[in-house]
Design a binder for this molecule. Structure first.
Ligand code: GLN
Length: 495
């Protein structure tokens, strides 16, 4: 049995049955990371000793107490995005400014995985402070797409998506502010879930845009993402925006198809701006749903077009305030001062040296949008656009009696490294289909629906479902229906 080929649930069950020791599972992942990751750079840090020691302690507990007592993720190796705090190792956010930052505490969501018995094997690469759609804005170099190493894995959680696609770990955590779980999931051919805003505690997730940020899982199957989501969710007194709702029991009904499934298809999903291979895969996925008895309803989301503009005002505005704390005094990198230089010079130099170009661009955009005299013209208008976009989704879901809206995850398949780094707007347009769920706070999932062809490489295509707030159950059941009828999720990138 090649442990790294198992899905998360298969591996979890093998460990619970004691067919595979947790230490053996951890070692298999660590060895594969050592062999494969130098060509991918999905990981910023690997915790070999800590992971093996923890896996051995899980094995001892499994022997003494049995799997039921240890937890639903007993012994499962997981990777976490490096903007999640962990009380050992470093938490860099892909930034020079936090290059040597050691968090004194562990994020609630990570603690929940640990409480469920998971083994954290390492921390994954990301665009600096999660700002980007390709992982190329990492200060520590890009991650490569396992399907074609000349291409980006998407971003900002590109390291986590690539790790799961390349079978370095069976599951991983990412964060999604405007698409950063779903878009890399699509480009790497895995499942990525952004839960409803408020489902998962943000305590210990380094803030980018606090009214959008949400932590969520990657897996190779819908069930794997569902299992991780169950473990992550639930109220947390340490995050006042975490909702007072109990974690959903997603796995119990996952295999039950939805009778009379009704999916809304927005006009934009079929418009000219989408790559032909993505359009073809999307049309094929629609046919799969129809063959399963679903009704597809053409819907109008008239304000979807304003999503990018609204998001790229509000998210930088929030980022500019969240990033004010990196002043070279309280956190992270501190610049050298010559005798006689003042405090302002220290701030300027520390931030000037510590932040990369995209982060500086966001701080300038956000500061401008919030400045006196421009606030009403930009920030307030963007908030109004946010409200009407949410209204579009609510209306479509309710008036048409839909279970979910179905649309592509990204307008094209994975693009070449360097293709969009010189053109920020082109990079931002990658998020055309994903930002709406963040603006509206709705749960959304991306899952594999086909393969595109480019320059001799097969490249995964993702489809995206968006459901009502706190209805992850319907969302994932609908995604599972497509998965059960197709085998796109079993396709593997070249070794
Ligand atoms: N690509 C988007 C951005 O650059 C979303 C990033 C994210 O979700 N963290 O802001």
């Amino acid at each position: 049995m090649d442990v790294t080929d198992l899905t998360l649930i298969e591996l979890r069950d093998a460990i619970a049955r004691r067919d595979c020791a947790a230490a053996e599972a951890a070692r298999a992942c660590l060895d594969r990371i050592e062999a494969v990751d130098p060509g991918l750079h999905a990981f910023l840090q690997v915790f070999r000793d800590e992971a093996l020691a923890r896996a051995e302690s899980i094995d001892a507990r499994l022997s003494a107490e049995g799997a039921g007592a240890v937890g639903p993720l007993a012994g499962v190796p997981i990777a976490i995005k490096d903007n999640l705090c962990l009380d050992y190792g470093r938490t860099t956010c892909g930034s020079r400014i936090l290059e040597n930052y050691e968090s004194p505490y562990t994020a609630t969501c990570v603690q929940r995985l640990l409480d469920a018995g998971a083994v954290i094997v390492g921390k994954t690469n990301l665009d600096e402070f999660a700002m980007g759609s390709s992982t190329e804005h990492s200060a520590f170099g890009p991650t490569r797409n396992p399907w074609d190493r000349q291409r980006a894995p998407g971003g900002s959680s590109g390291g986590s998506a690539a790790a799961v696609a390349a079978r370095l770990t069976p599951g991983a955590l990412g964060s999604d502010t405007g698409g950063s779980i779903r878009q890399p999931a699509a480009h790497c051919g895995v499942v990525g879930l952004k839960p409803t805003y408020g489902r998962v505690s943000r305590w210990g997730l380094v803030a980018f845009a606090s009214s959008f940020d949400q932590v969520g899982p990657f897996g190779r199957t819908v069930a794997d993402a569902a299992l991780l989501c169950e473990a992550l969710c639930g109220p947390d007194p340490l995050d006042s925006t975490s909702a007072e709702v109990e974690p959903p029991a997603l796995l119990a009904t996952l295999e039950r198809p939805i009778d009379g499934l009704r999916l809304g298809i927005p006009a934009q999903a079929r418009s000219g701006g989408v790559d032909p291979d993505v359009s073809a895969a999307f049309a094929a996925a629609c046919s799969v749903y129809e063959s399963l008895g679903a009704t597809l309803v053409l819907i109008d989301l008239p304000n979807l077009e304003y999503g990018i503009a609204a998001y790229y005002i509000i998210a930088p505005a929030e980022a500019s305030t969240n990033l004010a704390r990196y002043d070279g005094i309280r956190y992270g990198r501190r610049a050298r001062l010559e005798p006689g230089e003042d405090l302002e010079t220290l701030y300027r130099r520390s931030r000037g040296e510590g932040f990369g170009a995209e982060v500086k661009r966001r701080i300038m955009l956000g500061t401008y949008a919030l400045s006196a005299g421009y606030y009403d013209a930009y920030y307030k208008k963007a908030q109004q656009a946010r409200r009407v976009i949410k209204g579009d989704f609510d209306r479509a879901l309710d008036e048409e009696g839909l279970h979910a809206v179905f649309l592509p995850t990204a307008p094209g398949p994975a693009f070449k490294l360097g293709a969009k780094t010189a053109d920020p707007l082109a990079m931002y347009l990658e998020d055309f289909f994903t930002v709406a769920a963040n603006l509206a706070g709705l749960p959304a999932v991306s899952f594999p629906i086909g393969l595109a062809q480019a320059d001799g490489s097969a490249l995964p295509v993702g489809g995206q479902l968006v459901a009502r707030a706190f209805d992850e159950m319907t969302l994932l059941r609908a995604a599972r229906m497509h998965e059960a009828a197709t085998d796109w999720h079993t396709q593997k990138p070249p070794a």
